[in-house]
Each structure stands twice: as structure tokens, then as C-alpha cells.
Design a protein around this ligand. Structure first.
Ligand code: BEZ
Ligand code: MG
Length: 359
């Protein structure tokens, strides 16, 4: 709980440094394994942002959520639109109810709207769509029973999406199941879409030094997918005035943790992994699988461009230079794994066709 509170403050401090303001609403992705490994750090962070804390019974057992009084919190409770991985959904069902209870308590609190952003947005939703506070305060979303992922990764891998709205739509439809205080999901993609239109920034924690946001396709599937869905929801509401939300990563792999923008995180990972000879030469010692890993990193990088537009063009320029425009390297890759090599080349061409960089 203490760590969650500090990570919440760290994120708000970074956003304040970038914009000078407090976000009204944050879209946060929660994974299961991260929460298990950190004794619930990220979910405690979500609670802290909402101005809530766990409630314990007289035996010291976790029993639900409670609100921190506004005077003690010292800032408005922030609206947190939580999307769960399929793994979280099955590993931590009681914690889903805890989070849903916190959202409901905050929305139902007898507090002025300008001092409680959860209540502000819930009341606005009711004014526009009717219904009760129970529905208007639903902020925990996930997949349908039995389903995993947002499918944004599959669309990017297949390379067959034409408009970026297809990626946002896939996310909203796939993750549009709202979990209430009873822990059961009901399909309500329209509510998710509406809640996402208020989102100021998107966020996920990173907890392993072994895997970065460009190592596996599930980070851009979840955090990238929701970022794209936020832009789409804002566009539907505000038209051309809509702009993409800033995306932040809470790197929890060392010390107290550090918050980076997605642009900074991708740059760091590209320099330390793909462009670093110690990394790519070690990968190539694994033969065909090493080439496949290099191709996967490029595809995942393009997944971030597709969903957020926050990857700098030099990333593609230098990857092209290192792996394709160097004849000796190109030949080595082609010998080790012709299929992945061709995919790498095609992906760079696709990225330029989609204007993520200009060769
Ligand atoms: C999870 O722990 O929730 C998770 C792990 C890997 C990929 C996606 C989700
Ligand atoms: Mg930690």
C-alpha cells in the first residue's frame, strides 16, 4: 500500500512536470503477474490515485475498500479507468471487487464535483445517458469470460489494418466487459468508450528487466490498444480538436522506480537492446530464434507507432541501417532465418508506407 501510494505520487509528479496540471482521469492497465510479484503494488497504486485504501476487518483480513478523507488526501480523487489482463481476472477475483468497490464509494461520496473527478464523470454520464450511479461508476474493465488479450497485437502482426480506428475498436470491443462490486462482468463497451473520452494519460507498470515494452507484443496490445481507444473516444466527442493521450511507463525494475514517457522508454530499449551489439550478437548466437527475436522487437516497436504514434523516426532509421542496409549483417540474418529476415524487411517497408519514418 505504501509503495502504491509512492508510485501514484511519482506518476502525478511526472505529469505535473510535463503539463503543470493534475490529470482528471488515468487509464491504467493491470496485469496479474506484476501484482503477484509485487504484493499488489500496481493495484494499490490504482487505489491511491482514486483516493482509496484497503479496508481490513477486526481480524486484520482484507475486507474491501475505504475512502481516504479529502482533507487527508490533499487533492481530488482521480478517475482511474482500469483494464485487466485475462490473467489478472482469473488470479485476483477478490481484488477486482475491491477495486470496483473503491470506484463506487468515490462516485457516491457526498463531495463537490470539482474536488472528486470520479464523481464528476459519473454524474456527467448519468446526466447524458440516464441510469444509476452503480452503472455510471463502473471503472474496472476486462475480457469476456474465457477470453484473453485485445487482439490489437494480432492485427498489427498481420499488417492488414487500414485505419487506426480498427485498432481502437478491437480494444474497446474486446475489453468492454465491466466488473461490478459483485465481481461479475457485464458487456458495456459503450460505457468504456465514454469513460475513455475523459482520459488525460495512459499508464502501465513494467516490472521485469528481462522483458521490455518492445520485447513482447502484449504491452502494446494492452497499453497501446487502450491509448488508441482513448484517442478514438476523444475524436468521437471532440472532433478534430482531439489529441492522443501521453503514454507513461512506470519502470519498477530498479530502486524506487522511475516514470518515463513511452517515447523515452522505446528509445532506451532500442539503444540498450536492438542497437546494442552485445544484445543482438548474443541473440544471433541462438541462430534462427535470434533473428526471430529481432524481427519481433521491430514488429512490437511498430505496434507502438500504430497505436500511439509516439515512436521517434530515428528508431526505424537506425534499425534499418543496422540490420538491413549493412550487407554483411543482412546476409547473416538471411542465412540464419530467411523467413524472419524477409518479415523484418517487409516490416520496415510497412512502417515507412504508414509514415512512421521516411527512408
Ligand atoms: C499478466 O500477468 O497479466 C500478463 C502477463 C503477460 C502478458 C499479458 C498479461
Ligand atoms: Mg517495486
Amino acid at each position: 500500500v505504501g509503495d502504491g501510494r509512492r508510485q501514484a505520487e511519482r506518476l502525478l509528479a511526472r505529469h505535473r512536470a510535463d503539463t503543470g496540471s493534475l490529470p482528471e482521469s488515468i487509464a491504467m492497465v493491470l496485469w496479474g503477474t506484476d501484482n503477484l510479484k509485487s504484493e499488489g503494488g500496481p493495484l494499490a497504486q490504482a487505489l491511491a490515485l482514486m483516493g482509496a485504501a484497503p479496508r481490513f476487518d477486526t481480524y486484520g483480513r482484507l475486507a474491501g475498500a475505504q475512502l481516504i478523507p479529502l482533507a487527508e488526501l490533499g487533492r481530488p480523487p482521480i478517475d482511474v479507468v482500469i483494464t485487466l489482463s485475462g490473467i489478472f481476472r482469473y488470479l485476483l477475483p477478490m481484488q477486482i471487487r475491491l477495486l470496483a468497490e473503491a470506484c463506487h464509494l468515490a462516485a457516491a461520496a457526498d463531495e463537490p464535483e470539482d474536488q472528486n473527478f470520479i464523481r464528476k464523470h459519473a454524474l456527467a454520464f448519468m446526466a447524458e445517458h440516464g441510469g444509476d450511479i452503480e452503472t455510471a461508476s463502473l471503472r474496472v474493465f476486462g475480457n469476456a469470460e474465457g477470453a484473453y488479450g485485445a487482439n490489437v497485437n494480432h492485427l498489427v502482426d498481420a499488417g492488414c489494418w487500414d485505419q487506426q480506428d480498427e485498432l481502437g475498436n478491437a480494444f474497446t470491443q474486446r475489453k468492454g466487459f465491466a466488473y461490478g462490486r459483485d465481481g461479475h462482468p457485464t458487456r458495456n463497451a459503450a460505457l468504456l468508450h465514454s469513460a475513455l473520452a475523459n482520459v488525460t494519460l495512459t499508464y502501465q507498470n513494467l516490472d521485469s528487466v528481462e522483458l521490455g515494452v518492445t520485447s513482447i507484443d502484449t504491452y502494446f496490445d494492452t497499453l497501446g490498444g487502450i491509448s488508441r481507444a482513448v484517442l478514438q473516444a476523444k475524436h468521437a466527442r471532440d472532433g478534430d480538436a482531439a489529441c492522443a493521450p501521453p503514454v507513461y511507463i512506470g519502470d519498477q525494475t530498479q530502486g524506487e522506480g522511475v516514470v518515463r514517457s513511452l517515447t523515452e522508454q522505446v528509445a532506451l530499449e532500442t539503444r540498450s537492446r536492438m542497437l546494442n551489439p552485445k544484445w543482438h550478437e548474443s541473440m544471433l548466437q541462438h541462430g534462427y530464434e535470434g533473428v526471430r527475436q529481432i524481427e519481433a522487437h521491430l514488429t512490437n516497436t511498430m505496434g507502438w507507432s500504430a497505436t500511439t504514434g509516439q515512436v521517434q523516426p530515428w528508431v526505424y532509421q537506425q534499425l534499418a541501417q543496422t540490420f538491413m542496409l549493412d550487407p554483411a549483417m543482412r546476409e547473416r540474418l538471411a542465412q540464419l532465418n530467411p523467413t524472419a529476415s524477409a518479415k523484418l524487411a517487409h516490416r520496415l517497408l510497412e512502417a515507412s508506407r504508414r509514415q512512421f519514418w521516411q527512408p
